[in-house]
Every structure is written in structure tokens, then in C-alpha cells.
Design a protein around this ligand. Structure first.
Ligand code: MSP
Length: 683
């Protein structure tokens, strides 16, 4: 099996990590776990970017030497990743010697190719972005794209002949259509390169906090040339004159291994233009793919300490469990799109998908039926006893596993989770249909055995399918099923594919609920503990004290009292808070295709572009009002974070809802009167 190497960006150590950094790291951890589960030799790298002017200034502002400043912050990264269940194989720091030697070698190789020359730089620089900008990128002293201020820099510098690589890069992109994803980002990269590239300044002289340029110690290496090299230095380097490449490099870098750089969308230029050009110059193979994910806001605002919405991940993980947080972050958002973190949506996923969906299934079966009817042991069931309902669960499991594998491999975890939740939904429905409690009461043991086995085996499948996302809970689930922890082994594909792996007689061990329900008090405590505003729906109602019995009042007076109460609290008035509203993710969708669902008079199957890597499938009950072709190309409003709904009769699942209005004159889908871009939030 071809080795898999997944990397996160290395994070600037100018502060502690927040939920946005956690989002990238969790996604990379999930991908590493998925490939490991499939038996692939896998390596997962993260680390820290510790040089540059930004960090030097931050250290100065705190009166510290930069090395002491970064050293002090490093434990917060290790602690954050442990708190959210991320287990990288390596953590590279750019201040390590093993890194410095490889940066040196890369520089020397580019120099030997004639691509580095001494010049003079005069122009704009943004310290926050650690990037050079031209006049056209700037408006009112700020970078248009990032909003960060620029300053005028005038200094000697070594330049990299990036201009020489314009055509080479374009040819490479042409030959490697999956080099950058999502496609939209790739198009932006191509368009930028097509304009022609200018040579890039790769050294600085007006500050000291960086690696010395080989042979020119007055210069420090530009922080991005330094930082990008981490992906190679963490593999032990690519070798140099008289030095063999590191064993990890030979195993994991192209052409032997698949190399995937997972990054945030704001750093595509560095990873998709500069980095490939440096590698080309050094005569080294390029990474296989760069995947740029979207940005996460918190309650619809950019995260910042001053705005009071800076969220470190560990306290959230402690308040709700690391796996619930991982699930929420990977389930609620398409990785390629922008997203918003909200405490209300996290709680909604926790109680809905996790508590009522998955946790309930386990409880209903292991803690109840199996314990009381089969002395806690997995019953024996032969395949000839399976009826249509069981076959449907098995077929769903197979379909979910196949689809989820495809989507995980394709870096679309939210789609994989949707597919897995089809199995959760169908299995829960199966329990409702077969009514095991009634079977137990009636003493129909043979039937009950079949039901219990089917549910337990479905849970076993789920414990593997969900392990990349929720490793701890899946191991807990397996322990309750009487199974060993998932311990991926190189060369052994553990992805479930054969029904019936759960051995009859296995002793189950009912334990605590996986996702215990939080009552109102606990939910209030959750918000307060995280410093988030408590939604009005959870505010404590002020109860009249017993000592002061309410005087009897006329009906009209009572009404008045009620009105007064509502002005002080929104509780119980039927009003919702902004948090509750923002839990509903509504977006502008562009209908790419529409067709009738065979066998249904009402349903149309739409494929709707909402700026995710792939269009969403949405089933809408509008076939009596719209001809399919009338909808293609139309811009419509859709709810995107509704739990998927399976129309078992038609074997189809809807992943969203179309917003429409209906009166006596008919039905009309909501559509803006301007050409708003797909994916834009409805607010
Ligand atoms: N040090 C550079 C990367 C060098 S890689 C050779 C850097 N560091 S950073 O700390 O500013 O950001 C790194 C990454 O953190 C982003 O690319 C992105 O993956 C992640 N995120 C930071 N803030 C984020 C959000 N608000 N939302 C989602 N991801 C975010 O750039």
C-alpha cells in the first residue's frame, strides 16, 4: 500500500492555538486515522513556525528574547492537541537544528540552479501576513485580501527567480488536475500565475529573528522559505552531496508516497506557487496535493482576543468531550467552505446526532435488551433467519461504509459522516419497527435474537466507521460490545466490509451512556463555563416564592402580569434568540440539475451547488409545482445543516431543504433578485 503523508500548516507561535487551528489539526488527524485504519503506512505531521518579524515583535512587546518567548508557548500547542485527541507522529519546530540543516540544503540547491541572486527590495510588507505585496493588492494602507496593515520596506535582499517558473508551473498544473483542491482555489492559483510571476524576495536584513542565509549571515532567510521546508526537514531531509536522503523521506515523499498538505485557504499562494517552484528549482518532486479548507468564524465574527470570541479548543473539549467537538467540527462544515462555530449548534449536534442517534442505539440494545434477555451475551443467529428488514440494515451498512470510505479518502468528512448517519438512522428505525421490548414481553426469543444481533453488528460497524472521527468514544462503544480497542495495523485493512464479524457468545459490558443528555442547568453551566452568552431559552424562570402566594386576580390583570414578564425575559414567549436562529445554516444554492424521483409524484432530486467540493443532493416536494428543467440554473435558498432524511421507499437521502412559500395560488421557491454567489449565507 502506498504510504500516506498528511501535514498541517505549522502554526505561528505568537499566541496560543484557537479553535480555527484545532479545526485544521483535527481534519488532518482524522485523515491520518482513516488511512491507518485502512492499513496504509501513514505519517501525520504538525508543528510550529517560530521565526520571522511577527514573532520577534511580539516577543519584544513582552520584553522577552524570541527563543524564550516561543519556548514558553510550545506546551500550549501540545496540550491543545492532546485535549482534542490529535496524535501527530511528529511535531516539528523551525528552531530545531534538524530543520535548519535542511533549509540550508534547500537554499544551496536553489542557488546551484542559478535561481537565487542578490538584489534590492523596495516595496510593501505586511508583518502579520509575513508577505510582500504590490500596489494593486493594497487599499488605504491595508492588504485588500487580509485587512492587515503594510509598511514600506527598503533593504538588500536575495531574490528567487520565481518569474522563470511561470510556464513550468502552468504546465505542471495542467498535467496534474488534482494538485490543488477545491477546484475554485485551483482556478484562483492558475489565474494568478497566468498574470506572470515576479521574482520573490527570500531574505531580510532589517531584523535578526530567523535562520542565517548560508554564506551571508547579515541576511535571515525569509520566513516562508524557512517554514515551507518543514515538510521535508521533518522527514529527515532529502539528502545532499554526500548525504543520503532520510529513510522517512524515501518512504513518504513523492514518488514513493502520497503527500497531502492540508492548509487554510489564505495560504494557498505560498503552498501552490512558491513551494512548488522552490522544489522544482531544487530538482525535488512536488507534493501530491494541496487541499485548502475554508475559514471558521465564531458566532459569525472573525476570532480575536479583543472581540472576546477567541476560543481555545481545550476548554470546549473538557466541557462536552473531545469526540463530540471533533464530530461537530467535521460534520457541520464542508471542509472546502467557510464555516461558523456556535455553541448552540455544537449542543444541537451533541443531543441530536450523538445522544439521540448513536448513543441511544447502544443504550437501547446493550444496557437493556441484551442484558435482560440474553444475560449480556451476543446471541447466535444464522443467515437463513434474516428477513427483509435485516437485509435492509445490512445493505445500508454496506452502502454507508462504501460511501464513507470514498468521501474520507476524498477529504470530504462531512459527506462521509452523512453517509454513516444513514446507518445510524436506519438502525434506529429498525429498532422502532421490530419493537424488541414487545418481542421480549411476548417471549418471542428467536425473533429477538435476530433483532439484537442485527443492532449489535450494526454498532460494531459504526465503531469502525466512526473511529477516525471519534476514536475515544468508538473504543468505549467497542468495550460495551465486548470488543477490543481499534488498534490499526499496517498492512491490515480494518474498514468493515463483511457482515457478521461479531462472534456469538461475546460478553457485552454495558457502561455509562456515550453522550449523556445535558439538562437545562447543565447546558447553562456549559455556556457559562465557556464564557458564552446563555441563550434566553435557557434562562432561569423566576418562580414566585411560596411565602408570597399570588393574590387572586381578574383574567385581564393576569394577562397584564404576563406581558410584564415577557419584557424582562424572552423565556416562554415563543421568541427565539439570535443564537437559536444562527444554529440554522441557510445558504444560497445554485441548482445544477433537477430530475423527478422515480415512483414519486411529489419529489424532485436536485443537485445544488453551495460552494462545497461537490453539489448537495436535496430532495424537495415541489414536483407538482415546477418542471425540473425550470429549476436548473436557478438560485434558491436552502437549509444546509438539517439532519439528512432518508426516503427509504425511493432509496434516496436528502441532505438539505429548499425554502419555499405556498398559498392558494401555488408554491414558489425563495430566490434572490440578484446573481448572488452560491454558498453565501442567508442572514
Ligand atoms: N505559519 C503559517 C503557515 C506556515 S505553513 C508552512 C501560518 N500560520 S497561522 O498560525 O497563521 O495559520 C495556520 C493555519 O491555521 C491556517 O492556514 C489554517 O489552516 C488555520 N487557521 C487559523 N485560523 C483559522 C480559522 N479562523 N479558521 C480555520 N482555520 C484557521 O499561516
Amino acid at each position: 500500500m502506498r504510504p500516506y503523508y498528511i501535514t498541517t500548516p505549522i502554526y505561528y507561535v505568537n499566541g496560543e492555538p484557537h479553535i480555527g487551528h484545532a479545526y485544521t489539526t483535527i481534519a488532518a488527524d482524522l485523515l491520518a486515522r482513516f488511512h491507518r485504519l485502512r492499513g496504509r503506512p501513514t505519517r501525520f505531521l504538525t508543528g510550529t513556525d517560530e521565526h520571522g518579524q511577527k514573532i520577534e515583535r511580539k516577543a519584544q512587546s513582552e520584553g522577552l528574547d524570541p527563543q524564550a518567548f516561543v519556548d514558553r508557548l510550545i506546551p500550549s500547542f501540545h496540550e491543545a492537541w492532546a485535549a482534542i485527541g490529535c496524535e501527530p507522529d511528529d511535531f516539528i519546530r523551525t528552531t530545531e537544528k534538524r530543520h535548519e540543516v535542511v533549509v540550508d540544503e534547500l537554499w544551496k540547491r536553489c542557488l546551484a540552479s542559478g535561481d537565487i541572486y542578490l538584489g534590492h527590495y523596495e516595496g510593501w510588507y505586511s508583518v502579520v501576513d509575513e508577505a510582500f505585496f504590490t500596489e494593486k493588492d493594497i487599499e488605504n494602507g491595508k492588504v485588500k485580501e487580509t485587512g492587515n496593515t503594510v509598511e514600506w520596506v527598503k533593504e538588500p535582499g536575495y531574490f528567487f527567480r520565481l518569474s522563470k517558473y511561470t510556464d513550468k508551473l502552468l504546465a505542471y498544473y495542467e498535467a496534474h488536475p488534482d494538485f490543488v483542491r477545491p477546484e475554485g482555489k485551483f482556478n484562483e492559483v492558475k489565474a494568478f500565475v497566468k498574470q506572470g510571476l515576479e521574482d520573490l524576495n527570500i531574505s531580510r536584513t532589517t531584523f535578526r529573528w530567523g535562520l542565517p542565509v548560508p554564506g551571508a549571515p547579515d541576511h535571515v532567510v525569509y520566513v516562508w522559505f524557512d517554514a515551507l521546508t518543514n515538510y521535508l526537514s521533518a522527514l529527515g531531509g532529502f539528502g545532499a552531496e554526500g548525504i543520503a536522503p532520510g529513510a522517512l523521506y524515501t518512504k513518504h515523499w513523492e514518488p514513493n508516497g502520497e503527500v497531502v498538505h492540508l492548509i487554510g485557504k489564505e495560504i494557498t499562494r505560498f503552498h501552490c506557487i512558491f513551494w512548488p517552484a522552490f522544489l522544482m528549482s531544487a530538482g525535488l518532486p512536488l507534493p501530491t496535493e494541496v487541499f485548502a479548507h475554508g475559514w471558521m468564524t465564531v458566532n459569525n465574527a472573525k476570532m480575536s482576543k479583543s472581540a472576546g470570541n477567541f476560543l481555545p479548543p481545550a476548554p470546549i473539549a473538557e466541557a462536552i468531550g473531545k469526540d463530540a467537538l471533533r464530530y461537530y467540527l467535521m460534520r457541520d462544515v464542508a471542509l472546502g467552505s467557510d464555516s461558523d462555530f456556535s455553541h448552540a449548534s455544537l449542543l444541537a449536534r451533541y443531543h441530536g446526532d450523538l445522544g439521540n442517534g448513536l448513543g441511544n442505539l447502544l443504550n437501547r440494545m446493550v444496557a437493556s435488551i441484551v442484558k435482560t434477555s440474553f444475560e449480556g451475551r451476543v446471541p447466535h443467529v444464522t443467515s437463513d433467519r434474516l428477513g427483509e428488514l435485516e437485509k435492509n440494515v445490512i445493505a445500508t451498512a454496506e452502502r454507508s461504509a462504501e460511501t464513507a470510505a470514498k468521501f474520507f479518502a476524498d477529504i470530504a468528512p462531512h459527506r462521509a459522516l452523512e453517509a454513516i448517519w444513514e446507518l445510524v438512522g436506519v438502525t434506529n428505525k429498525y429498532v422502532d419497527q421490530t419493537e424488541p421490548w414487545a418481542l421480549a414481553k411476548k417471549g418471542e426469543t428467536a425473533k429477538l435474537e435476530v433483532v439484537a444481533y442485527t443492532v449489535l453488528e450494526s454498532l460494531r460497524w459504526l465503531s469502525l466507521l466512526l473511529w477516525p472521527v471519534m476514536p475515544e468514544k468508538c473504543d468505549d462503544l467497542r468495550a460495551q460490545l465486548g470488543l477490543a480497542q481499534v488498534a490499526p495495523t499496517e498492512g491490515l485493512d480494518r474498514w468493515p466490509s463483511a457482515w457478521g464479524g461479531l462472534v456469538a457468545g461475546t460478553v457485552t459490558k454495558p457502561g455509562a451512556p456515550l453522550f449523556p443528555r445535558m439538562d437545562d442547568d447543565q447546558q447553562r453551566a456549559f455556556y457559562l463555563r465557556l464564557g458564552a452568552p446563555v441563550p434566553a431559552s435557557l434562562e432561569k424562570k423566576s418562580e414566585p416564592t411560596k411565602k408570597e402566594p399570588k393574590p387572586a386576580k381578574a383574567a385581564s390583570e393576569n394577562k397584564e402580569t404576563k406581558v410584564t414578564t415577557t419584557t424582562t425575559s424572552e423565556t416562554g414567549t415563543g421568541l427565539i434568540t439570535i443564537d437559536q436562529l444562527s444554529a440554522v445554516d441557510m445558504r444560497l444554492g445554485l441548482v445544477k440539475s433537477a430530475e423527478r424521483v422515480a415512483g414519486s409524484d411529489k419529489l424532485l432530486e436536485l443537485k445544488v451547488d453551495i460552494a462545497e467540493p461537490e453539489p448537495r443532493t436535496i430532495l424537495a416536494g415541489i414536483a407538482e409545482h415546477y418542471a425540473p428543467e425550470a429549476l436548473v440554473g436557478k438560485r434558491i435558498a436552502v437549509v444546509t445543516n438539517l439532519a439528512p432524511r432518508t426516503f427509504a421507499k425511493f432509496g434516496k437521502t436528502s441532505h438539505g431543504m429548499v425554502l419555499a412559500v405556498k398559498d392558494a395560488s401555488g408554491l414558489s421557491v425563495l430566490s434572490p433578485d440578484k446573481d448572488i454567489a452560491a454558498g453565501v449565507k442567508v442572514s
